[in-house]
Design a protein around this ligand. Structure first.
Ligand code: GRG
Length: 315
């Protein structure tokens, strides 16, 4: 049996940049997921009123790839910071992502029964509590960044709060969701509208995850801009792949209902371009994303490998 200390050493080795051996993304993601799960579990302890805390924890700890927190930790390290500096923001980003999934699954929006392989929040707790659990996570995410970030100058924390809030509101996720809802059932949705929806609904939070890590580490404006372009490109590629998987993957693979886009008569990238061209466009975006990084920097390895993983993923 391996001791806790041994497990920590194995995890540290997977996270540390490797100069000679090829980068092992699977081991890196697993080690990071272990760290993030523990931090998330500790971030929202049970409290009174239990109903809402239980509902918040139910969705927050329901699994998921933890891509947004991992990106935030990786960019903080790329820019010379530590994962400790970024962990509260990383957790907050997952709280925001989770609340957006809870609200997205509500009957008034996508009306989904399954998420991350489990019943959706409103199916378990009812719509009223699910709405409030989402609201609770959203408010707490900002409190958490502001109150828990350590060893980072206050003006950087303020910059992160401002940037994350912008990515979440009507200029970001909320705006993307509104245009998405308005486009449902319409066959005349243009590629520009589709790009607007997904740069706001999906790419904005990925971009905030990447750039906030860099800001916390005190990255130069130039590095922040390169990382922002990296994130916009992986964000759009991520959504194109999401649309493809909605057609090609199974419910078991995705942990949520599949074929929903077709059912809701949604215009998607594959419906405009076909699957093959969508795959080509996603691959091109990933190449553009990787071109923003300095491939000779060992700390860029996680971001390079995550970009490749985004087009290759099956869930
Ligand atoms: C944020 C204030 C606020 C309100 C929410 C409902 C809504 C407004 C926005 C919808 C945002 C949404 C659900 C976008 C889809 C993003 C997306 C591609 C989700 C899937 O992400 P994965 O694959 O999921 O990373 P896991 O489960 O692995 O975390």
């Amino acid at each position: 049996m391996t001791s806790t200390r041994d497990q920590r050493v194995i995890a540290d080795e997977a996270i540390a940049p490797q100069r000679e051996t090829p980068f092992d993304l699977k081991a890196y993601l697993t080690a990071r997921q272990v760290q993030v799960e523990a931090a998330l579990d500790a971030s929202v302890p049970m409290s009174y009123p239990e109903t809402v805390y239980e509902a918040m924890r139910y969705s927050l700890l329901a699994g998921g790839k933890r891509l947004r927190p991992i990106l935030c930790l990786a960019t903080c390290e790329l820019a010379g910071g530590t994962s400790e500096m970024a962990m509260p923001t990383a957790c907050a980003l997952e709280m925001i992502h989770t609340m957006s999934l809870i609200h997205d699954d509500l009957p008034a929006m996508d009306n989904d029964d399954y998420r991350r392989g489990k019943l959706t929040n409103h199916k378990v707790y009812g719509e009223d509590v699910a709405i409030l659990a989402g609201d609770g996570l959203l408010a707490y995410s900002f409190e958490y960044i502001a109150s828990q970030t350590r060893n980072v100058p206050a003006e950087r924390v303020l910059q992160v709060v401002t940037q994350v809030a912008r990515a979440v509101g009507a200029a970001g996720l909320v705006g993307g969701q509104v245009v998405d809802l308005e486009s449902e059932g319409r066959s005349d949705v243009s590629i520009e509208t589709l790009n607007y929806i997904h740069t706001h609904k999906t790419a904005a939070l990925l971009e905030a995850s990447v750039v906030s890590g860099a800001v916390l580490a005190g990255a130069s404006a130039e590095l922040q801009q390169s990382l922002s372009r990296y994130a916009q490109n992986i964000g759009l590629a991520f959504q194109i792949v999401d649309d493809i998987l909605d057609i090609t993957a199974t419910q078991e693979e995705l942990g949520k209902s599949v074929g929903k886009d077709l059912q809701a008569q949604k215009v998607t990238y594959p419906s405009l371009w076909g699957i093959e061209e969508s795959q080509r466009q996603a691959a091109q975006l990933i190449e553009s994303a990787k071109a923003e990084l300095d491939a000779t920097n060992p700390n860029a390895q996680p971001l390079l490998a995550i970009a490749d993983y985004i087009v290759a993923r099956t869930h």
